[in-house]
Write a protein that binds this ligand. Sequence first.
Ligand code: FES
Ligand code: FES
Length: 158
Amino acid sequence: MANYHTTTTINGDAVEFLCEPQETLLDVLRDRLGLTGSKEGCASGDCGACSVMLDGRLVCACLVLGVEAEGREIETIEGMADGERLHPLQTKFLEHAALQCGICTPGFLIAAKALLERDPDPSETEVRYWLAGNLCRCTGYDKIIRAVLDAAAEIRAG
Ligand code: FES
Ligand code: FES
């Protein structure tokens, strides 16, 4: 099958790749570009492990075609830390031990960051609703929710 040449921006860098028309953005990120932080849990839009930002919107990369990235801006978990400095959400996930196997963690972090950029002071209920599309089969959700609320407080405090 023919490969399509696609030009996009990922974590602020101009990126070009070739992909087949049926390839998902998740497959492109992981298999063609080596950005394996985004995980595949279900490949059907149900688990949120593949969450990325596409033109500022939270999406499941398993439901987006690679060719749809043409001319768009993508943010992945690889762009979340500032060099060696972790994002407060990443720090709080570590402090609260809000992960075990880590498969769900990049998706939770991307989704939580999207929430805090929209609403820096969400209630616990709002965090739980916002993250309802992200599934974890290991940790239990309470530590994750605590980590997000703690990170929000730290970001608000500057
Ligand atoms: S792998 Fe995309 S939502 Fe589960
Ligand atoms: S830490 Fe294993 S799925 Fe969430």
